[in-house]
Design a protein around this ligand. Structure first.
Ligand SMILES: [Zn+2]
Length: 408
């Protein structure tokens, strides 16, 4: 039931909730076609030219809005706006990048379709929106962190809430996402013939491999939820030469950014200790990754109610499945945000970044989930437009959670 409200001039104003669902259903062929095309044309981070163009064309052809193409120095980022008032500003986020070799094995084509669906359903009722709905195209989630650049470029300044959905093997609405960073070590020794005079050389590879062994020795001290995983990126030149140059790279993750700091210290110490043991030089570089996800429970509960009304039985989280990292975490530290995970296959059948998951991301079930996510996000935004107290509640929760996260 739509709640009747009046604006400052006393005019009646209400959103037609049933019409939200009808619009998504009516547009379902177009949304599925868009999502399928993106799936069949996988484009890597920052290279999503066709996907972003197709989304912008569909939005402009369906709603009477213009799409701002190119944001924060990224050609494939975009934004569209609809609504009768400047605030509150509610953003739905689209991702559309694919993975090297695996294509859309993370299902970002469905994220795009759901965001477009939610935006168009609300844009259809633009004159009744007590605020503005924004569709933000966010490139390069799989590598590059488009949302971080958008944050730095001011795209989210003044936005009151941001939401997106991510495909998964179960419905979990407030699942954690880990803070992450990368550390790489380049070791430099001195070469020698591996048989004539190995004693004359200093092996960079020995230091590289010792790094892995030293880190393994420290794992017992890591707190729960920490993940450290590495690969050798340079293992040497030939098996008859004592290795002059070798390198490795590690991804470090922890439940919070604060919890990541001691893990960084440990891994750095292991790299330096390994270099010391082999008497080689080491150069360590750190690349900042994504921050942890602060799931805004005020928004999660509204999304949960909308999703339940569509026949889902979502859980808040599930400790039996692991957590990954997303640049939505950075957004969630800046403003109230949600990143619910919804099933596009049976639980345990397959997970993100597996070939079978790519098939699920273009299956009838995947598309049904995409349309449900579009409706649930649109209803959540409608709740915020109709109830200013809810916006304030989300904001207050965010302030408190952020203070805990920074100090925790
Ligand atoms: Zn993903």
């Amino acid at each position: 039931m739509a709640r009747r409200r009046t604006d400052a001039y006393g005019s009646p104003m209400s959103l037609d909730r049933a019409a939200i669902d009808r619009t998504v259903d009516e547009l379902s062929d177009k949304l599925v076609d868009l999502s399928r095309r993106i799936h069949e044309t996988p484009e890597l981070s920052f290279d999503e030219r066709r996907a972003s163009a197709w989304i912008a064309e569909l939005v402009e052809a369906t709603a009477s809005v213009s799409v701002e193409r190119g944001l924060a120095g990224m050609e494939t980022a975009f934004r569209a706006r609809a609504g009768a008032k400047a605030s509150p500003r509610i953003a739905v986020l689209a991702e559309y990048d694919a993975l090297p070799e695996l294509g859309h094995a993370c299902g970002h084509n469905l994220i795009a379709g759901a965001a477009v669906g939610a935006f168009l359903a609300l844009a259809r009722q633009a004159p009744a929106l007590a605020g503005s709905i924004e569709l933000v195209g966010t490139p390069a989630e799989e590598g590059g962190g488009g949302k971080i650049r958008l944050l730095e470029g001011g795209t989210f300044e003044g936005v009151d809430a941001a939401m997106m959905f991510h495909p998964f093997d179960r419905d979990v609405l407030a699942h954690p996402a880990l803070a992450t960073t990368r550390l790489s070590a380049a070791f430099h020794g001195s070469p020698a013939h591996a048989a004539f005079a190995p004693w004359d050389g200093r092996s960079a590879l020995a230091a590289c491999l010792d790094t892995f062994r030293l880190i393994d020795g420290q794992r017992v001290h890591f707190r729960d939820g920490v993940r450290v995983y590495g690969i050798v990126t340079n293992g040497g030149q030939a098996p008859n030469i004592i290795v002059e140059d070798a390198a490795c790279e590690f991804t470090l993750r922890a439940p919070t950014s604060a919890g990541l700091a001691p893990v960084v210290d440990t891994v750095e110490r292991c790299m330096r200790a390994a270099a010391l043991a082999s008497n080689v030089e080491v150069t360590i570089e750190r690349e900042n990754g994504y921050r942890e996800m602060l799931n805004n429970m005020t928004l999660v509960r509204r999304f949960s109610a909308a999703l339940t009304a569509l026949g889902h039985a979502p859980r808040e989280t599930d400790p039996t499945v692991g957590a990954a990292s997303t640049d939505m975490g950075d957004v969630s530290l800046a403003l109230p945000a949600i990143h619910p995970w919804l099933a596009i296959c049976d639980e345990g059948e397959t997970l993100c970044h597996e070939r079978e998951f790519a098939a699920c991301a273009k299956s009838p079930r995947g598309f049904r989930t995409m349309l449900d996510a579009a409706k649930a996000m649109a209803h959540t935004a409608a709740d915020l437009f109709e109830d200013p107290a809810l916006v304030e509640q989300a904001r207050a929760e965010h302030r408190a959670a952020r203070a805990r996260s920074v100090h925790g």
